[in-house]
Design a binder for this molecule. Structure first.
Ligand code: 13P
Length: 366
């Protein structure tokens, strides 16, 4: 018997998912990713000598969410939260979710519970969190979230990613995506191919194509409604320690080619992670990708964590008198990426405090 695809999805559900996904990737807009776990946030705060307490994490996120409303509303369509942040309030008692909605920003939530070793492989991982995912998604939807993210990570070495890791991670991303959609939540599918290593651009492109092909096969097998999803991938770049660097144009050509070969046209948008690139590189490369003259049937935008926060955090450094200075740095990067996602960024035109500093964290697992 032929089972009709998406047979269980009501037209209203499909319409709702598609509308959310399209709103997130509307012209000139992208995502601010602030879904660092308390542990991961602790490392970022330690860099600027701030103690890792719940209150300091709240104060930091408040700084970001209350930055210049005009600029933020113009260029940020969604914010990815961690569970703790979803239930926090601003100083005046306004729940963060409400504050974001007032700014026309859609709250989203990280729902994987982190990476764990994939036994039988050489140091590869999968992500956990499926068991109670439907119940959590139903609750998160009630609490104001319209989208979610789930991150899987792949490491490039001579022998990895292995077939097992590709299949397992593609499958877990597809299970996650179908569960989210059943709860009226748009899944952001994040297969993050790490930039650790000395591999060249060609190898990264080859692995990206192999991983994305497996991810879209699994999404199809799981009857995921693609129009109601978004992809959050790495850009195709040489590894951090590859001696041969690539130009933004070479990165753009390799990235767009990999997507043309693997990402269906039905997917409304692709929102890149910054993956340890400096703030300026992340803007310049996104701009080059948008300027690349090939076929690009999806919106190509940003979903940056480190590349939006680094300068702001260092300007703030936990000092209540430096909140405005931190917000000013965030606003600069938001403007730069708002331009870059339309192919309108002039390289070097935004000089931020830490614009050229690498945000690479070796062996990042969280
Ligand atoms: P980076 O932009 O810092 O890579 O983080 C984005 C993200 O959400 C990674 O999961």
């Amino acid at each position: 018997m032929v089972v009709e695809k998406y047979a269980n999805a009501e037209p209203e559900l499909k319409q709702e998912l598609k509308a959310i996904a399209e709103k997130i990737v509307s012209t000139g807009k992208g995502i601010l990713a602030v879904d660092e776990s308390p542990n991961d946030m602790g490392e970022r705060l330690r860099d600027v000598n701030v103690e890792n307490t719940e209150e300091n994490r709240r104060a930091w996120r408040q700084l970001l969410f209350t930055a210049n409303k005009d600029v933020i509303s113009q260029h940020i369509s969604g914010v990815i939260l961690y569970h703790e942040t979803l239930y926090q309030n601003a100083d005046d008692g306004t729940p963060f979710v409400e504050l974001l909605r007032q700014r026309n920003i859609i709250p989203g939530i990280k729902v994987d519970t982190g990476l764990v070793p994939l036994f039988g492989t050489t140091g590869e991982h999968t992500a956990q969190g499926l068991d109670d995912l439907q119940a959590r998604c139903i609750q998160y939807k009630k609490d104001g979230c319209d989208f979610a993210k789930w991150r899987c990570a792949f490491k490039i070495t001579k022998d990895t990613p292995s077939k097992l890791s590709i299949l397992e991670n593609a499958n877990v991303l597809a299970r996650y995506a179908s569960i989210c959609q059943s709860a009226r939540i748009v899944p952001i599918v994040e297969p993050d191919i790490l930039s650790d290593g000395d591999h060249d651009l060609t190898r990264c492109q080859q692995v990206t194509e192999e991983v994305l092909a497996a991810v879209y096969k699994a999404l199809s097998d799981h009857h995921v409604y693609l129009e109601g999803t978004l992809l959050k991938p790495n850009m195709v770049t040489p590894g951090q320690s590859c001696p041969k660097k690539a130009s933004p144009q070479e990165i753009a050509a390799a990235t767009v080619t990999a997507f043309q070969r693997t990402v269906p046209v039905a997917v409304p948008g692709i929102a890149f992670l910054s993956g340890g690139q400096s703030e300026e590189d992340a803007s310049v490369n996104l701009d080059a990708i948008n300027k690349y003259p090939g076929k690009k049937p999806w919106t190509l935008t940003f979903s940056y964590g480190r590349a939006l926060q680094a300068s702001a955090r260092s300007a703030w450094s936990g000092d209540p008198n430096q909140i405005a200075a931190g917000q000013e740095e965030l606003v600069k990067r938001v403007k730069a990426n708002g331009a870059a996602c339309q192919g309108k960024y002039l390289a070097g035109s935004v000089s931020s405090e830490a614009a050229r500093a690498s945000n690479f964290i070796e062996g990042r697992v969280y």
